[in-house]
Design a protein around this ligand. Structure first.
Ligand code: ATP
Ligand code: MG
Length: 445
């Protein structure tokens, strides 16, 4: 029988030629979060299944259909389907919530959901997310939304709409649930099986059902915004004011309920229409009850998560700029054993200095070596043979211009290479500046 060692459906490989795109997103997200006072947290890939049942909610799609759960030596574990539950668990377990508030953490991690794989919907995907605990004020909601928007802007994304909604607190929710039950009761028999049971346990979840029939019925369902209590209403109004103050455009979408049960009050999504149906690049909101639900004190909190794959698809679609991948600074082409030993040492010295240095490790002829140096886009090459070794002098060739520099193979080698390298950098900066000066204005429009 043939063995299947192919990548599982709904997973992806990131190849070396593309990894700089991931670095770009990760660096911009990290730097932005840090500038807002957030620090990174790292948590386990799997948790006790109960954690997700408790937090994400038993009637959600994630828990009912999408979790990867294993029974290992009598304990049930689940691969994390999202980052909030594990992060809050870690904050509680490590006493972070007893320290100075607000506590702010961010994470970059993989998530696992058994969904039908399609563009922008994977079974293993990656999130950049963050959580802020300790503030009940709507200014914290505005801060977190500004942070998400700043990241999207710095990534160069365009045409992203921000949708906000409030799904109230347990108090408004109770009245809303009654109204929803009364509404859906009329078409009970047409609802999918899952939603029929949701009707009793958690009717708001019907609004998030992906079945077209349930979606159609939900179209004219009562809206949560009509059921908000005074406090939730005021919170929402204040948030809108703060967003306006930041100059952030938003639309109110009273239909957003989010796919996870722990949300209260503010929920929001950043959506693009440019990458097909899976256009939500960021989703988040407030979850004032979650920490208590997981055994902590009552600590109001909020956060968001961005789907990194969806960000990348959008960036590529919009021709956004990525950080340039690092290429080889210098490639040594040795001929003979003595030259190889020298090349090995020179490369080692340069690397200690921070340069990317390589040499032939395959024993190729000089022509094949130079072809390889071109292929890896080496900035400089240096041929080393018996002559160079005996004279202690070699030629450093700048590949782009063909210009050659004589350089001594003595203990000043690294310093000399460094100054030639810096000259080259300055020259190419000058060229870039000249090119900018001569370009017609308004080119980018
Ligand atoms: P959707 O409605 O698209 O299923 P969701 O409400 O399930 O999203 P969240 O749990 O809020 O998503 O996750 C936050 C973000 O993670 C989403 O906005 C999206 O960008 C990304 N995401 C969620 N599920 C997937 C997936 N299966 N594949 C790729 N990215 C995903
Ligand atoms: Mg989903």
């Amino acid at each position: 029988m043939a063995i299947n060692i192919k990548r599982p459906n709904g997973t992806e490989d990131v190849l070396p030629k593309d990894v700089h795109k991931w670095y770009t997103v990760e660096k911009i997200a990290r730097d932005t979060a840090e500038s807002f006072g957030f620090n990174e947290i790292r948590i386990p890939t799997f948790e006790n299944t109960d954690l997700f049942l408790r937090s994400v909610g038993e009637t959600t799609d994630v828990v009912q259909k999408e979790m990867y759960t294993v029974m290992a030596k009598e304990t049930k574990f689940t691969l994390r389907p999202e980052g909030t539950a594990g992060t809050i668990r870690a904050m509680l377990q490590n006493g972070l919530l007893n320290e100075a508030m607000p506590q702010r953490v961010f994470y970059i991690l993989s998530c696992f959901r058994h969904e039908r794989p399609q563009a922008g919907r994977l079974r293993e995907f990656h999130q950049f997310g963050l959580e802020m605990a300790g503030s009940a004020s709507p200014c914290a909601d505005a801060e977190v939304i500004l942070l998400a928007k700043t990241i999207l802007d710095r990534l160069g994304l365009k045409n992203i709409e921000l949708y906000i909604n409030s799904i109230g607190c347990p108090e408004c929710r109770a009245k809303y649930h009654e109204a929803l039950r009364a509404y859906f009761e009329q078409s009970k028999d047409e609802l999918c099986e899952t939603c029929q049971s949701r009707l009793v346990k958690n009717p708001m979840r019907i609004l998030d059902c992906k079945s077209p029939v349930c979606g159609k019925i939900a179209e004219s369902a009562p809206l949560i915004l009509d059921y908000l209590c005074e406090e939730c209403s005021e919170h929402f109004e204040k948030l809108k004011g703060y967003l306006t103050n930041f100059g952030i455009d938003y639309k109110i979408n009273p239909k957003i309920v989010r796919g996870l049960d722990y949300y209260t009050k503010t929920v929001f999504e950043f959506v693009t229409t440019e990458i097909g149906a899976q256009g939500t690049v960021c989703g988040g909101g407030r979850y004032d009850g979650l920490i208590e639900q997981l055994g902590g004190q009552h600590v109001p909190a909020l956060g968001f998560a961005m789907g990194i794959e969806r960000l990348l698809i959008t960036m590529e679609k919009q021709n956004a700029e990525f950080m340039t991948p690092k290429t080889c600074d210098i490639y040594f082409a040795p001929m003979g054993e003595a030259a190889l030993s020298k090349a090995m040492l020179l490369a080692k010295e340069l690397r200690d200095y921070g340069y990317r240095a390589e040499y032939d490790m395959i024993g190729r002829g000089i022509k094949a070596q130079m072809k390889y140096a071109n292929k890896i886009e080496a900035s400089f090459t240096m041929v080393l043979g018996d002559n160079e070794l005996s004279e202690g002098l070699a030629k450093l060739k700048e590949m782009e211009t063909g210009e050659e520099f004589e350089i001594k193979l003595d203990d000043k080698f690294v310093d000399n290479f460094d100054s030639i390298y810096i000259d080259k950098m300055l020259n190419s900066l000058d060229d870039a500046a000249d090119a900018l000066m001569t370009e017609p204005h308004g080119k980018e429009n």
